[in-house]
Design a protein. Structure first.
Length: 304
């Protein structure tokens, strides 16, 4: 109001101030400050009736929600794994059937044809030529499939991988059949029977034992299909680096296929040498019957 002293000029009267000592001898200051002996604890008190202990862990509703969400996640994961496994098995079964279908279509040269095409070579030299040609063929297939992975959008990589497997299988089946001709151990029977024998040789990576016709003179049953699945699975795992981008897959695919074909040929030849029949002792064999619709080996894998 007009005429009153401004607040900034008001002074506390000394008569109204506390004249006692600062150590609180009158007791008022100690009561207001609290006891100097023990400070107040910040820990929660669980033994006071007026302050119940805080509940530990999530609330019951939250726990129920967590259980429900976790249960749904496990169900979804199991269902996804089951569907993925079913699709993988179906794809592998289709690939096995594909290899079985192309086996009788692989054109095979008999011994007389091979000796005309490679005159002056003995059995081992002729076998070396066949292995070198097959290794070059599978190497080309691996490089071609690997080059597809360098595209900005790789087109159906599982399909490309399956194409590589079937293409390599066709080349190696041809190699196995012609190695049996070179070493003089042609399996008896017609086209389909011999194709079954060569499939068994490819899946087991062993030469055909012509002294045991029961090993190949049978229809494609469960045992042979299991061996084919195992062989194809091994090839798929080994061929996975082929799908690496930036042309790395092309180089890796070429090297791996060449190495695998040479290794397979070495195992087959080691078995065939045990039952080898010299050319001078071979009886005159009829020409091999050729498939009605032979695969065009030069056009692999496009033919597949």
């Amino acid at each position: 109001m007009t005429g009153s002293t401004p607040p900034r000029k008001r002074r506390l009267s000394l008569r109204k101030a506390d004249q006692g000592p600062l150590d609180g001898s009158f007791g008022a200051r100690d009561d207001e400050r609290g006891s100097p002996d023990a400070g107040a604890s910040l820990e929660p008190t669980a033994d006071r009736a007026d302050h119940p202990a805080p509940e530990q862990g999530p609330a019951p509703v939250a726990r129920r929600r967590v259980r429900v969400i976790s249960g749904k996640a496990r169900v979804i994961a199991r269902e996804g794994a089951r569907r993925s496994g079913s699709r993988a098995r179906a794809g592998l079964a289709h690939l096995v059937d594909r290899v079985i279908d192309i086996a009788p279509r692989v054109p095979v040269r008999d011994l007389a044809t091979l000796r005309r095409q490679f005159p002056g070579l003995g059995p081992e030299e002729l076998a070396d030529k066949l292995v070198a040609g097959a290794a070059a063929g599978t190497s080309t297939i691996g490089a071609g499939i690997g080059a597809m992975a360098m595209l900005p959008v790789p087109p159906a990589l599982p399909t490309e991988l399956a194409t590589e497997i079937t293409g390599v299988a066709a080349v190696e089946l041809k190699l196995i059949a012609e190695l049996h001709e070179v070493y003089g151990v042609r399996p008896p029977g017609g086209l389909r029977t011999r194709s079954t024998a060569y499939l068994s040789s490819w899946s087991s990576e062993r030469g055909v034992d012509v002294t045991k016709p029961s090993t190949y003179d049978a229809a494609l049953g469960g045992r042979m299909k299991r061996e084919l699945r195992q062989q194809i699975m091994k090839r798929m795992v080994r061929d996975m680096p082929t799908l690496m981008p930036f042309m790395v897959g092309a180089a890796v695919g070429a090297v791996l296929n060449r190495r695998d074909t040479r290794r397979l040929a070495a195992r087959i030849r080691a078995d065939l040498r045990k039952n080898q029949v010299p050319w001078e002792e071979l009886e005159q064999q009829p020409p091999l019957d050729q498939p009605a619709e032979p695969l065009k080996m030069r056009d692999l894998p496009g033919e597949l």
